[in-house]
Ligand binder design. Structure first.
Ligand code: NAP
Length: 525
């Protein structure tokens, strides 16, 4: 590890209620602006079997003893601790992820906001410890014999495996739902950006004092983690489709019927309605969103718009408008506040994106690419890559199949409504699609046509032009997941999200017994 400054921190892992140093084989985390090593992370000292057992034996029972109201108070404490150290999180996000202030806001404020949302939700569930699922139902001719469905928290550990692009939000959006359900977590952030997640946990462990075993974090390779899973453990995985297959097909996961939730990659589309005209509100809103989606987090968002579907007659006009928007985004070192788009996370990611661009070039023409000399940074050492826009004139499978995880999108003209919906569907199942139109009939038609192949459908007419939350933004109150290549899992939002960490049980008995179990019939729905 020659060339590493002596003060580079080695991230510790928090398992079994104590901090375990990273170990000699630790991997290097870098500053993507210049390739400097900023931290080391490894898990060689972690005994995954013991780590999971400790959380099951200590964190689970302690959390399950609390009511929803009390767990909500714990989440609020976590949110307050994180909010106190905001400036530090922004600094780490810039140094280890190359985030601009706006990029980091989505990750960091998204994390704090999601924790607060689930704290409010938990408060509204009151002193109960079980989830209700509908009212009592008679089962026989005797009206005194009834059934009720309830949710009981799993007695295992929630293993949260996260992608590199949202180290803060990815950690807490999962942890909030799990902890509110009464299930302890073992978080495994992606190694290359684990620093932010690790330091957040460190501060929370120090200051929020959650029950022992409720929170664990490992900052390095997963090793044999999955081999130690038991039937009441769950895995929530976010990352590439390739890794998700390894997780799903792991022999222990399959033998023990471990519940797995997968959110994987996606070829999301945005559709401009056939009613659009140059520079009318849907057109402008569409172009603004496309430019934002290509450049925010340098396109490293699983929900980012990859395919821009436009009426063929407007193709040139949209192209010019998007190009002009992209030209206005300065690419470079985010330390400079005028920079609108930072680098990719590291050189490996840059070479993956360059490779993807080469592959797309075989099927579509590049119509816009930032000149490297315009980048405000060292393009030899930094993982910079400018926004790249393609246009395809005819059907080419690679455009619908290859996720280039960077600031890259392809404009695809369509001839008819059915054509547009079919192209969107060729993504093989996507996380999100957005549709921009002033024609409510078209929006309704699009919603019905696109719903089955998408987790979330954002329908923008001009009345919500300035108030909608955006194509790529996940809201904590919404549950949604893309089918097929998007993973077939769910973003666990709102009360619906808690069900992943609870098991639905049908309780059958006499009315007085059923009433006691369900808390006098009160439903937490
Ligand atoms: P990745 O390479 O698939 O890694 C995801 C996570 O899996 C990391 O924590 C990684 O750990 C871990 N991992 C790797 N091999 C594993 C194994 N054998 N067993 C258990 N865990 C293992 O994905 P990424 O490069 O971090 O993220 C980019 C991808 O994620 C893109 O394809 C993007 O579309 C997708 N993504 C999807 C969503 C969504 O919500 N659907 C959100 C964000 C990103 P190490 O880092 O230690 O290798």
């Amino acid at each position: 590890m020659a060339g590493i400054a002596p003060d580079v921190p080695t991230l510790s892992n928090f398992v079994e209620g104590r901090w375990i140093p990273g170990g000699a084989e630790a991997r290097e985390l870098v500053n993507p602006v210049n390739g400097e090593v900023v931290a080391l992370a490894g898990t060689s000292g972690v005994d995954y079997g013991k780590a999971l057992e400790f959380a099951r034996k200590n964190g689970g029972p302690a959390l399950r003893r609390l009511t929803f109201f009390e767990r909500a108070a714990e989440l609020r404490k976590v949110a307050d601790v994180l909010a106190e150290h905001r400036e530090r999180w922004y600094e780490i996000a810039r140094i280890n992820s190359g985030n601009t202030k706006a990029d980091a806001t989505i990750d960091i404020e998204g994390a704090i906001g999601t924790l607060k949302y689930f704290a409010r939700l938990g408060t509204s569930l009151g002193e109960s410890q079980i989830l209700g699922d509908g009212g009592p139902e008679p089962l026989s001719r005797d009206p005194d014999f009834q059934a009720i469905h309830i949710g009981v928290p799993l007695r295992g550990v929630a293993v949260h495996i996260n992608a590199y692009n949202f180290p803060a939000w990815g950690l807490w959006e999962k942890a909030a739902v799990s902890l509110l359900s009464g299930v302890p977590i073992l978080a495994k952030p992606a190694t290359r950006t684990a620093w932010l997640a690790q330091e957040m946990i460190e501060k929370v462990v120090e200051a929020a004092r959650l029950p022992e075993g409720a929170l664990s974090i490992v900052c390095g390779p997963a090793g044999d983690l999955l081999r130690h899973l038991q039937p009441e453990d769950v895995v929530c995985f976010t990352g590439s489709a390739a890794t998700s297959r390894k997780v799903r097909n792991h022999p222990t996961v399959s033998r023990e019927s471990v519940r797995v939730n997968v959110e994987a990659d996606s070829l999301n589309a945005a559709v401009l309605g056939p009613d659009a005209k140059a520079n009318d509100p849907p057109f402008d809103l569409f172009v603004r969103e496309v430019v934002r989606e290509i450049t925010v987090k340098a396109g490293q968002k699983c929900t980012a718009i990859r395919r821009i579907l436009v009426p063929a007659s407007l193709s040139d006009t949209v192209l010019q408008a998007v190009e002009s928007g992209l030209r206005g985004v300065d690419v470079g070192d985010p330390v400079n506040s005028s920079v609108g788009m930072g680098p990719l996370v590291d050189m490996t990611q840059r070479s993956d994106v360059e490779d993807g661009i080469r592959k797309l070039s075989g099927a579509a023409e590049i119509v816009f690419q930032t000149d490297p000399s315009d980048v405000d940074g060292d393009i030899e050492k930094g993982a910079f890559i400018g926004p790249t826009l393609f246009r395809t004139r005819s059907e080419s499978p690679v455009v619908n199949e290859l996720e280039v995880f960077g600031p890259v999108a392809t404009l695809v003209p369509y001839e008819s409504n059915g054509d547009a919906f079919e192209i969107a569907e060729r993504g093989g199942g996507s996380l999100a699609v957005s549709v921009f139109s002033a024609d409510l009939d078209f929006l309704e038609e699009a919603a019905i046509a696109l719903g089955p192949s998408h987790g979330r459908v954002l329908l923008v007419d001009p009345s919500i032009g300035d108030s909608h939350t955006g194509h790529g933004i996940v809201m904590p109150s919404c549950t949604h997941g893309g089918p097929g290549r998007a993973g077939g899992g769910e973003e666990l939002g709102g009360l619906r999200g808690l069900w992943f960490y609870n098991r639905r049980v049908a309780m059958q008995g006499s009315v007085p017994v059923i009433e006691r179990i369900s808390g006098g019939g009160e439903s937490a729905e």
